[in-house]
Every structure is written in structure tokens, then in C-alpha cells.
Design a binder for this molecule. Structure first.
Ligand SMILES: Cc1ncc(C[n+]2csc(CCOP(=O)(O)OP(=O)(O)O)c2C)c(N)n1
Length: 552
């Protein structure tokens, strides 16, 4: 066996193995040589080499998003580490475990004019669940081991990013054939499980309320939760709103929140204003529901989450600090059905919107909304869909998505800077075919994502190129200024040359006929990943979407 001679590297690597960190993404550099040598020679750990640290971090995030287990990241000292920040912030707000391991100069070389040296300790402190700053020297091994164990356990149990910073003095490339650290040092367990709340008092309120709204935000697919919510929804005083990224499906749930509430006046919304709002899952895309619920607040807002309770609606009254399925396991036993017309009101609205939606799409010209209708309908059963931010995720929320699809999007920070890399990471680790749907600005922003040796041949990119940030035509504000071009950032780029450079098969569609024809074979097995670039016009998209909402 080959091990790095540096004991700090041995410690971190062995702890990763103890906690079953199965994937580590490494970016090149010399200072991290002890870690690189150690990780690539570890039989339990699969390593990846990705040059651009921003892409590397989002690729790791994609793997962790799918496996729900921590993924390691290793880089050298200096600005390399700072390029992880966008993905760290995303992981922090999306509850995705990442173990960031940075090599550093020893302390005496920081801020004295040495090269590639910056202040690395605690550099992510605002968005990291734990920061372990290790100290070089055998006498500190116990303290270092404790720090590493705590950091990895926090990432695993609390699901989020942690940072371990390791100073290494030269020489950096020496190896040994036996571990020199002692086995006992790998047995540290530091975190206690937290206590669970008592539900009876809340169940009694629940059983005495006629209007209960449940909103499910972004969630890793979970059949048990879906069944529990279906059980809860049998009560006619309960209405369930789901986001596309909740991966929760049921015919009686409201799966297009914006579509349902957009045409409502304040007066109409009063009928939907809940007595109790129960929320779970991650971020909510719908801006409108946030506005309406902030204005027409529920009497009680309870949030279920084992870690955080976000006061999204400015009315949070209780945080159930528990995993959602564990919550419902207990809570459902205590609930009784209440007579009410609340659910029925929601169902009637849903049916009305569905009819208008179908009518509108049947007659609409080629535009982003039409493209979505066609593309979403074409997705193969059981595929995984990764969505870009901006109008992509918003459009998807207007449609019914097949139950067998799983949908993901980086909504933690809603960045456009790593969606492609995340999709490639996620696609790499699942057996299902992954289709990434993106806007042009997001795609070109993260084009280094394609500089990646782990892209599967069945990976597909659908690039909706409306020659700029289409979202800025819809949101109120930009078009009332004389600076629209600074918001929309129009351009004439296409993905053709990038596809050539990175060995993607490339095809295009400029109208409905071409799009339908290209989609017939687009998902078929091939010897290369494929990208379909669909061209639409910003002016038509803008006008069409306005008409769509008016038609509802
Ligand atoms: C890293 C980052 N920078 C800037 C933004 C602000 N922003 C939001 S959407 C957007 C434009 C996205 O355009 P595109 O990907 O083409 O999608 P479209 O709006 O056309 O659907 C920008 C710049 C952001 N979300 N993230």
C-alpha cells in the first residue's frame, strides 16, 4: 500500500474512510499532494480529477445531492479554495453534505510574502457548519483527530458543508507503505442525538382547524413521505401544495402553485388563507405564494426540519426539529378528519386552471412556454431532470410532470454558476438517464463544466437559447429602465463550438416541427453525450408568457 508520509493527511483520509466517504473530487496542485496521493491509493474511495475548482465543487454537490452522503473535495492553497465558495453556499442552503479539505501553507508563511498563500482558516465561516483548522505536529494528533471526527460527523448528520484546513510544510511528495498513525485515534464519536418534540398539543390545534395548508419545498424523492402526505390529505380540511422539486406526487395535490394562485385577487386568497400552515422541505420557488402568505398570514406556522426553521412567511410559530417522515409517523396517529370545504375549493381551482392551460398551449406559437410543453412531454419515463435556474425552473412549475421523473435544481442560492456541473455530477452517479434543461446564460457561464472526464454517454442537455437572460423581460423593473441590456445581457453565442471541443453530439431546433422531430431520437443510446439547442425569441417569449397568465 502507498500512504502519504504526512500524518495529518493519513488522519483525514482514514477518517473519511471510517465515515464511508466514497467519492472525493481532487483539483490539481502541489500543496495538496499528500492528500491526492493518499486518496487515490485508498481502496474504498473513488477519486475524480477536475481542474476548475468551481466546477469540481458543483460536480461533488451533484454526487452528494443524489447519494445524500458527504462527498469530499480536495484542493491546493490560495485562490483555488475560494472557487469552492458558490457550491459551498448552495450546499449550505440545500442541506447537501460536502467535506471540503484544503491544503494550506504553514502558519508562519501566511501574510509574509510567500506565494499562493491567503488567509484560509475559517474562510467559509458564514456558510460552513463546522471549521476544523488543523495544526501540524505529532503532539497535536489527538486534537486534530477530534476536529476531523467532529467535522465529518457534522457534515453527515446535519447535512451540509464543512471545511477542514490543513497546513503542510515541505516535503510534500514523500510516501510510506504503512500507516504511522495509531488505530485508536480513529474511534472518536462526538455528537449526541437531539431530543424530539411532543406533538399532542399541536395535534389538538390541528384537529380543531378547518383550513390547513401544507407546503412541500425541494425534497429528495421519498415514497414514505409521499404516502404519509397522501394519508394526511384524505382529510378535507387539508390542502397540499407541492413544488416541482419536492418530488412528491398525488392527483389531489396542487403541483403548480403559481398557476393556481396567480389569477387570485386578495379577496379570493382569503378563502385559501390557512389557519395552520405546515411546511417542510427546502426552498420555495413561487414568489407569489410567499407574498400572499406574508400578507395574509396563517394563525400558526409550523415548520418541520431536523436542522433549520426558516421564517419564510414571517409568521413562524413552531419548529419541529425532527426529520419529516419521523414527524408524520407520530403525528398521523394523533390526527382526526375535520369537516370543511377547504380541499374542495383548491380542487375546483386546480381543475379550472388545467382546462385553461391546455386550451392555451394548444394554440400558442413557438416560444419558451411551448418548448417546455413539448420537452417535458418528451422526457423518458424514470429519467432524472436537472433544471437550470432563472425562468427554466419557473416554467417547469407550470406543468404537470410525470410521476416517474425525479427533478432537481440548485435552489439553495438560485445561482446560475454551477447547474451544468451539478447535473454532470448527479448524472455520473445514478443509473437513470439524466436530462439537464438550461437557459443560455447559465449554460455559457458554467461551460467549463464540460471539461470533465466523467460525463456519461446517456447524459443529455437541452439548451433553450433565447439569446440572453429571458427572465429579465418578465420581472417588473428591467424593461422600465434604459439599461435592459445590462440585465438581459443579449448575445449571439451558440453551443456548437463547445460541443465540438468537448465531444458532444450537437443538434438544433428553431420551430415546433424541428423540435418534435429531433426529440424522437434525442434520448436514444449513443456513443457520446448530446446537446439539443433550441432557439426562441425573447420578444415572443415575453408576450406569450403574459398572455398565458392572462388566459388563466
Ligand atoms: C451566479 C449568479 N449570477 C447572477 C445571477 C442573476 N441572474 C438570475 S437569472 C440570470 C439570467 C439567466 O439567463 P438564462 O440562463 O439564459 O435563463 P433564462 O432567463 O433565459 O431562462 C441572471 C444573470 C444568478 N442567479 N446567479
Amino acid at each position: 500500500m502507498i500512504y502519504p508520509k504526512k500524518e495529518l493527511a493519513q488522519l483525514v483520509i482514514e477518517y473519511c474512510a471510517v465515515y464511508e466517504v466514497a467519492h472525493v473530487v481532487i483539483s490539481p496542485g502541489s500543496r495538496n499532494a499528500p492528500l491526492t496521493i493518499g486518496f487515490i491509493n485508498h481502496p474504498q474511495i473513488k477519486t475524480y480529477s477536475i481542474v476548475d475548482e468551481r466546477c469540481a465543487a458543483f460536480f461533488a454537490l451533484g454526487i452528494a445531492q443524489q447519494t445524500q452522503k458527504p462527498v469530499g473535495l480536495v484542493c491546493t492553497s490560495g485562490s483555488a479554495l475560494l472557487n469552492y465558495y458558490p457550491a459551498i453556499a448552495e450546499a449550505f442552503y440545500s442541506d447537501i453534505p460536502l467535506i471540503v479539505i484544503s491544503a494550506d501553507r504553514p502558519k508562519h508563511l501566511i501574510d509574509i510574502g510567500d506565494g499562493q498563500a491567503i488567509r484560509q482558516e475559517n474562510v467559509f465561516k458564514n456558510h460552513s457548519l463546522y471549521n476544523a483548522n488543523l495544526i501540524e505536529g505529532e503532539q497535536y494528533n489527538n486534537e486534530n483527530a477530534k476536529q476531523i471526527a467532529t467535522a465529518i460527523q457534522v457534515a453527515t448528520r446535519k447535512k451540509g458543508p464543512i471545511h477542514i484546513n490543513i497546513p503542510f510544510d515541505e516535503p510534500l511528495y514523500e510516501t510510506v507503505d504503512k500507516l504511522s498513525i495509531k488505530n485508536e485515534i480513529l474511534n472518536i464519536d462526538t455528537i449526541k442525538k437531539e431530543r424530539v418534540s411532543n406533538f399532542e398539543e399541536y395535534a389538538s390545534l390541528w384537529n380543531n382547524s378547518k383550513k390547513k395548508l401544507v407546503i412541500v419545498g425541494a425534497h429528495y424523492p421519498n415514497k414514505k413521505l409521499q404516502n404519509q402526505l397522501s394519508e394526511l390529505a384524505k382529510d378535507e380540511s387539508v390542502l397540499i401544495f407541492t413544488e416541482t422539486t419536492s418530488n412528491i406526487h398525488h392527483s389531489t395535490f396542487i403541483n403548480s402553485i403559481d398557476k393556481l394562485i396567480f389569477p387570485l385577487t386578495d379577496g379570493d386568497f382569503k378563502r385559501l388563507q390557512p389557519d395552520i400552515l405546515l411546511t417542510l422541505g427546502g426552498m420555495i420557488v413561487s414568489k407569489k405564494i410567499k407574498q400572499l402568505l406574508r400578507k395574509h398570514q396563517p394563525k400558526h406556522h409550523w415548520h418541520i426540519d431536523s436542522k433549520n426553521a426558516l421564517d419564510t412567511y414571517h409568521s413562524l410559530s413552531h419548529h419541529f426539529k425532527i426529520n419529516d417522515t419521523e414527524f408524520f409517523q407520530e403525528f398521523l396517529k394523533l390526527t382526526t378528519a375535520v369537516k370543511s370545504d377547504y380541499h374542495e375549493y383548491g380542487s375546483i381551482l386546480k381543475q379550472q386552471r388545467k382546462e385553461k392551460h391546455t386550451q392555451f398551449l394548444a394554440g400558442v406559437e413557438f416560444s419558451d412556454v411551448k418548448v417546455f410543453d413539448i420537452v417535458l412531454g418528451s422526457l423518458p419515463d424514470n429519467s432524472h431532470i436537472q433544471l437550470g435556474n432563472s425562468s427554466i425552473i419557473r416554467y417547469s412549475q407550470l406543468f404537470d410532470i410525470k410521476d416517474s421523473l425525479k427533478v432537481f435544481c440548485n435552489r439553495g442560492t438560485s445561482g446560475i454558476d454551477g447547474s451544468t456541473s451539478t447535473a454532470i455530477g448527479a448524472a455520473h452517479i445514478v443509473n437513470n438517464q439524466t436530462v439537464f434543461v438550461t437557459g443560455d446564460i447559465s449554460f455559457f457561464y458554467d461551460s467549463n463544466a464540460l471539461w470533465n472526464n466523467y460525463i456519461k454517454n446517456n447524459f443529455r442537455i437541452i439548451l433553450i437559447n433565447n439569446s440572453g437572460g429571458g427572465i429579465f423581460r418578465f420581472i417588473p423593473g428591467p424593461s422600465s429602465t434604459n439599461a435592459l441590456e445590462y440585465f438581459e445581457t443579449p448575445h449571439h453565442l451558440t453551443a456548437k463550438q463547445l460541443c465540438e471541443m468537448y465531444h458532444f453530439e450537437y443538434c438544433t431546433a428553431k420551430n415546433e416541427g424541428e423540435l418534435k422531430e429531433k426529440l424522437i431520437t434525442f434520448y436514444n443510446a449513443e456513443n457520446a453525450p448530446k446537446l439539443l439547442e433550441i432557439f426562441t425569441l425573447g420578444t415572443i417569449n415575453e408576450e406569450t408568457l403574459k398572455r398565458y397568465f392572462n388566459s388563466l
